[in-house]
Design a protein around this ligand. Structure first.
Ligand code: CS2
Ligand code: MG
Length: 455
């Protein structure tokens, strides 16, 4: 169950807690230096202080990093997600050693000021590790604010603009028929949008599909160490020949009603991406995702020049400024930031507002390697903005949901947010301890000639 809403007779309840808060002037005063005169208590409520920060690293089905921020009000805490696949411990250390000391004694209600303080305070700022740590803190603070207000976070963001968030799931397979079957299962389950990925003949492992063992590996001649990156083989030629065939097959098998998406996963060069987007035009994709690396933003013009296939981009972005050019020049149709890697709700709603001005819609990143609090935050933002497009979602295994209960629910093609105060997610710290961290990496990729390829 998402966390219980706080007792309605809040004022009576908190007058008791208030007394406890006042007992800690020294800590509060020392840390409040961060924002000397900003944060007086909310009228009618005693002042609130952050009293502790728990950084929880757990591996029920995969590694996750959760941030639990405790306050001077007994029982009032917030939970955020700071999971960065393959760099979990770097983020956990950033939180424990660098951010937590700055948070103790601060007023958790000062969400924007804390964001600015933690983002612009450091001279060396930004990047996926720091922005994921900041996102964990930001989500926990929005969770606290919602609980203290007795409201789900979307209400604090301006209330509903829609009943639920249209979402998509993944359909993949080692050949066209397998992908078709997976897509049919998704449609039967109620999905109106399906992302399709197929293994590429002759290539060992293609993003989004189960990796096939090489003959060497099958013969056991190549020991594969589990806690080191697997290497996938990628060649643009076979990929560019196969993907249009996949969508031709899916459209003839499934018809036009289902929305189809594909993730290029930043593997192509500009002219290759332009060719693919053009050749996919007849299949009316909902969007083609991450055709190029963020480093080559300027080359999106080439794709636009040659194709009307809608383009989505952004999961690798870490700042608002990473989004500006592509949005301002309308070189993309969907901004696909990851709330867990761009500094949380505080920054995502600014990205959404920027995108609104240029008719760009959101399609926040929602894979399996970020934790339920970020999935919840995605949907709280989705249902409170005017320019929502679609939401990626995954179903978490039970073992993960036991450690991290709550979160948005799938209902007939839409993600429905919990009405519980806050984000509607939680963490069971005792259970989390049962699943210690296991070193793991995302795959890497190489070309046939042995050179390094973007995964
Ligand atoms: C992918 C992710 O879902 C997606 O769109 O790009 O699965 C991505 O590969 C992982 O999140 C990387 O950590
Ligand atoms: Mg992607």
């Amino acid at each position: 169950m998402p966390p219980k809403a706080h007792p309605t007779n809040r004022r009576g309840f908190l007058r008791i807690a208030g007394a406890a808060t006042l007992a800690q002037p020294s800590v509060a005063n020392r840390a409040a230096r961060g924002s000397p005169s900003l944060t007086g208590p909310t009228p009618g409520l005693p002042s609130l202080k952050i009293t502790d920060v728990h950084v929880i690293v757990t591996c029920p089905d995969r590694n996750y990093v959760l941030v639990k921020i405790l306050t001077s009000e007994p029982g009032l805490y917030g939970v955020g997600d700071a999971t960065l696949n393959g760099r979990e411990l770097a983020v956990a250390t950033t939180l424990e050693k660098h951010l937590a000391p700055l948070l103790i004694g601060r007023d958790p209600e000062a969400v924007e000021d804390t964001w600015q303080y933690l983002y612009r305070g450091p001279y060396w700022r930004g990047g996926p590790v720091q922005m994921t740590a900041l996102a964990g803190v930001d989500l926990a603070l929005w969770d606290i604010k919602g609980k203290r207000a007795g409201m789900p976070v979307y209400q604090l963001l301006g209330g509903r603009t829609r009943n639920g968030a249209l979402c998509y799931t993944h359909a993949s397979g080692s050949d066209l028929t397998e992908v078709e079957d997976a897509a049919r299962r998704a449609i039967e389950r109620g999905f109106k949008c399906v992302r399709a990925q197929v293994a590429i003949p002759g290539l060992e492992g293609t993003y989004g599909t189960a990796r096939r063992k090489t003959s060497e590996e099958v013969a056991g001649r190549v020991p594969q160490q589990a806690d080191l990156p697997q290497t996938e083989l990628f060649e643009p030629g076979p990929y560019l020949r196969t993907v249009p065939k996949l969508f031709a097959h899916l459209r003839s098998a499934l018809g036009e009603d289902v929305e189809l998406l594909h993730d290029v996963h930043e593997k192509l060069l500009p002219v290759e991406a332009a060719r693919l987007a053009k050749e996919l035009e007849p299949y009316h994709l909902f969007f083609l995702e991450d055709p190029l690396r963020p480093e080559y933003k300027g080359s999106f013009r080439l794709i636009r020049q040659h194709s009307t296939t809608p383009i989505a981009m952004g999961e690798l972005f870490n700042t608002l400024w990473d989004c500006v050019d592509l949005i301002k020049e309308q070189l993309i149709d969907f901004i696909r930031c990851d709330l867990g890697h761009i500094g949380g709700i505080t920054n995502a709603r600014k990205v959404a507002a920027l995108a609104e001005a240029f008719q760009v819609r959101t399609a926040w990143h929602g894979p399996g390697d970020i934790a339920p609090p970020t999935h919840a935050a995605n949907v709280h933002v989705d249902i409170s903005i005017p320019n929502f497009g679609v939401q990626e979602m995954v179903f978490f295994p039970d073992v993960a949901r036991e450690v991290m209960p709550g979160g948005p629910e799938f209902r007939d093609g839409y993600m429905m947010v919990s009405e519980a105060p806050g984000l509607g997610t939680d963490v069971n710290e005792e259970l989390a301890k049962k699943y210690p961290y296991k070193r793991a990496y995302l795959p890497t990729a190489r070309r046939q000639d042995g050179s390094v390829q973007d995964w």
